[in-house]
Design a protein around this ligand. Structure first.
Ligand code: NAD
Ligand code: UDP
Length: 322
């Protein structure tokens, strides 16, 4: 298939990728999504398929591919801990070989290329909040390493391609982001807690619940992606994008239980191995270089996400048995 487009989104059928595709289309850009539908779903983009300015292509980014596009976003990678630990070698190879294939494509096209990196490059951070010049604290042989080291290697490749071939790279370090189209069963904290609360099931805290996260609503994140992609050539990142308001996981569970009016109990399970104790982005760089900061408060974002999961669960309950 010949791909000739304004914007190419690798991993475009995932949670973030599908919102990004929508936004690009809404700005009048012809958009193509390439995805192997491993952790993403066709249904995330099915409402876009059929438009003349959108294409969804089934392909694994570990295999080289050809396309003509001046703007490329690389989001292809499992992102939830249960997803990326299910096939650790696949996660690492997707992040490394996928990045090389993307970078070669960008080189052939002289394209702007945006990499979806992650706050996980900081590991279990000793510096708090995390600034971009912090080199991190990652266990290279633990169960999270396939993802953390995969993303770190991808960053290395991006900057090497910049030094060697003068590529127009943009590296974004994304902090925990949530919103509609997360999978019910993706295992991440927001989807787990909301689904458990809506079903009045036990809400599962891993460990003492005092570990913290800073949660960004998906629309804010996508705005950051757009601003980064349009920034001057000298702005390469790495740039933190996330919401700097930090909460303990236990606080989040109580908040979601209250918002949903749930009768769920909050229970404590074993802590996850190598689980970062604290995470909060310092977003001064994004504020200064992109004039970006999140605008959606946690409660507002959670209400929208609860409404989404409510609809999905109601649909699942009324679906006829196969
Ligand atoms: P997601 O799992 O919903 O999306 C990832 C997409 O990549 C899926 O559609 C999946 O099918 C696709 N994919 C995976 N391996 C592939 C391969 N080998 N070839 C082609 N497609 C492949 O996850 P998400 O939350 O939307 O995350 C998107 C990107 O943002 C990821 O790169 C992730 O590491 C990064 N990120 C996300 C968050 C977050 O909080 N959501 C935080 C930090 C970084
Ligand atoms: N977590 C939890 N219960 C769950 C899911 C996650 O207590 O059902 C915790 C997890 O241990 C971590 C935080 O919530 O401390 C965020 O987990 P998530 O998987 O969403 O993302 P991470 O930041 O670990 O990549």
């Amino acid at each position: 298939m010949r791909i000739r487009t304004d914007a190419l989104v690798l991993g475009g059928a995932g949670f973030l990728g599908s919102h990004l595709c929508e936004r690009l289309l809404s700005e009048g850009l012809n958009t193509a999504c390439i995805d192997n539908f491993s952790t993403g779903r066709r249904t995330n983009v099915s409402h876009l398929v059929g438009r003349t300015n959108f294409q969804a292509i089934h392909h694994d980014v570990r295999l080289p591919f050809r396309a003509e596009a001046p703007l490329i976003f690389n989001l292809a990678s499992p992102a939830s801990p249960i997803d990326y630990q299910r096939d650790p070698v696949g996660t690492l190879t997707t992040n490394v070989i996928g990045a090389i294939n993307c970078l070669n494509l960008a080189r052939r096209n002289d394209a702007v290329i945006v990499q979806a990196s992650t706050s996980e490059v900081y590991g279990d951070p000793v510096q708090h909040p995390q600034q971009e010049d912090y080199w991190g604290n990652v266990n290279p042989i633990g169960p999270r390493a396939c993802y953390d080291e995969g993303k770190r290697s991808a960053e290395t490749l991006f900057f090497d391609y910049r030094r060697m071939h003068h590529l127009k790279i943009k590296v974004i370090r994304i902090f925990n982001t949530y919103g509609p189209r997360m999978r019910l069963d993706d295992g991440r904290v927001v989807s787990n807690f909301i689904v458990q609360a809506l079903k009045n099931e036990d809400m599962t805290i891993y460990g003492d619940g005092l570990q913290t996260r800073s949660l960004c609503y998906v629309d804010d994140l996508v705005e950051g992606f757009m601003r980064m992609s349009r920034s001057p050539d000298g702005i390469t990142g790495p740039t933190n994008l996330g919401n700097p308001v930090e909460y303990p996981v236990l606080h989040l569970a109580r908040m979601i239980r209250d918002l949903t009016g749930s009768r769920s109990r909050i229970v404590h399970l074993a802590a996850a191995i190598d689980d970062p104790r604290q995470r909060r982005p310092d977003i001064s760089k994004a504020q200064a270089e992109l004039a970006w900061h999140p605008t959606v408060h946690l409660e507002e974002g959670l209400r929208k996400t609860v409404r989404y999961f409510d609809r999905v669960l109601a649909k699942a309950n009324t679906a006829p048995e196969a």
